[in-house]
Design a protein around this ligand. Structure first.
Ligand SMILES: Nc1nc2c(c(=O)[nH]1)N[C@@H](CN(C=O)c1ccc(C(=O)N[C@@H](CCC(=O)O)C(=O)O)cc1)CN2
Length: 297
C-alpha cells in the first residue's frame, strides 16, 4: 500500500479557472469588453481538435471572449502569416495561440516569431523565451507553468532541491528547467542522448517527465519520497483493441516509491488550459494598463 500523495491537477486547474473567471468579469466591468483570445487550428489532427474544443469551452466558462480560426490542412505559410498579422493588429485580441503541431508545409518557428510577443500567451516567442531565461517578466509556456504551480502546492520550498527534467523541447523541457532554476533548484536536463538517465533520475527530489516515451521511467528509478510530475500523454492500444492514455512514468510502480505523483490523465494536462486562460487575462491587463495582482492567480 503506497503513501504517495496523488497530485490532483484537475482540482488545481478548476480552482485556477474559477479565479480567472472572477478576475475576467472584473476586467470586463472596467474595460467594457471581455479579455480576447484568438486560437488558430490548422488541419484535422484529431488530438489538436479535441484540445482546441476544450480551450473554447474553458474560455467561455471563464469569461474569456474570442474566436477559433479553423483553417484547412492545405493552408500555406503565407496565408497563416497573414492571419497572425491581422490578429496582431486587432485591438480586441489580447492573446494569440496557434495550436501545434502544424502541417509539414508550415515552419512553426516562423509562425511563432510572427506573433506579437505581448500577445504570445503560449510563451513560445523567442523574446518570451529570452525573458524567462533572463528573469524578466513575459509570458511563460502554459504546461511548465502549470507543473510549477502543482509543485508549489506540494512544496513550501523548492530551493536547493535536485530536479531532473527529462526532455528538452521548447514547449516543456527547456522552459521547465528555467523555471526550476529560477526557484534555485539544482537542475539536470536529460534527453535521449543522456548516458546515465537512471542515475540522473535516481538522485533527484523532483522528476519532470516530458519525453513522450510511454512508461520510460520505471518505479525503481525514483528516489524514495521524490515528487514526480508526468507531462507525457501517450495514447496506447491495449491487447483488446481499446486505447488508453499513459504517461512517461510507470505510474503503478512509481506510486509505491514517490512522495507525490501526478496521474495521467488528470494531472498536468488540465493545468495547460487553465494557465492559458490565466495568461490571456494577464495579457489583457498588461495591454490596457488595468491593474491586476498577478500573484493572486
Ligand atoms: N499552441 C500549443 N500547442 C500545444 C500545446 C500548447 O500548450 N500550446 N500543448 C499540447 C496540447 N495541449 C494544449 O494545447 C493539451 C494537452 C493535453 C491536455 C489535457 O487536458 N489532457 C488530459 C487528457 C485529455 C485526453 O483525454 O486526451 C489530461 O492529461 O488529463 C490539454 C491541453 C500540444 N500542443
Amino acid at each position: 500500500m503506497s503513501d504517495a500523495k496523488i497530485i490532483d491537477g484537475k482540482a488545481t486547474a478548476l480552482s485556477l479557472r474559477a479565479r480567472v473567471a472572477e478576475q475576467a468579469q472584473a476586467f470586463a466591468d472596467a474595460a467594457g469588453r471581455l479579455p480576447g483570445l484568438a486560437v488558430v487550428l490548422v488541419g484535422e489532427d484529431p488530438a489538436s481538435a479535441v484540445y482546441v474544443r476544450a480551450k473554447e469551452r474553458a474560455s467561455a466558462e471563464a469569461h474569456i471572449g474570442g474566436t477559433v480560426h479553423r483553417l484547412p490542412a492545405t493552408t500555406t505559410q503565407e496565408e497563416l502569416l497573414a492571419l497572425v498579422r491581422a490578429l496582431n493588429a486587432d485591438t480586441t485580441v489580447d492573446g494569440i495561440l496557434v495550436q501545434l503541431p502544424l502541417p509539414p508545409q508550415i515552419d512553426a518557428h516562423a509562425i511563432i516569431a510572427a506573433i506579437d510577443p505581448e500577445k504570445d500567451v503560449d510563451g513560445f516567442h523567442p523574446i518570451n523565451a529570452g525573458r524567462l531565461a533572463s528573469g524578466l517578466p513575459g509570458f511563460v509556456p502554459c504546461t511548465p507553468l502549470g507543473c510549477l504551480m502543482l509543485l508549489k502546492d506540494y512544496h513550501d520550498h523548492l530551493a536547493g532541491l535536485e530536479a531532473v527534467v527529462v526532455g528538452r523541447s521548447n514547449i516543456v523541457g527547456k522552459p521547465m528547467a528555467q523555471l526550476l532554476l529560477a526557484e534555485s533548484c539544482t537542475v539536470t536536463i536529460a534527453h535521449s542522448r543522456t548516458r546515465d538517465l537512471f542515475g540522473a533520475v535516481r538522485r533527484s527530489d523532483i522528476v519532470i517527465a516530458a519525453v513522450g516515451v510511454p512508461e520510460l521511467i520505471r518505479g525503481d528509478w525514483i528516489k524514495p519520497g521524490a515528487t514526480v510530475i508526468d507531462v507525457g500523454i501517450n495514447r496506447v492500444t491495449l491487447p483488446d483493441g481499446k486505447t488508453k492514455l499513459i504517461g512517461d512514468v510507470a505510474y503503478d510502480e512509481a506510486i509505491e516509491v514517490a512522495g507525490a505523483i501526478t496521474p495521467v490523465p488528470g494531472g498536468v494536462g488540465p493545468m495547460t488550459i487553465a494557465v492559458l486562460l490565466r495568461n490571456t487575462l494577464v495579457a489583457a491587463h498588461r495591454k490596457t494598463g488595468i491593474a491586476l495582482d498577478e500573484r493572486t492567480l
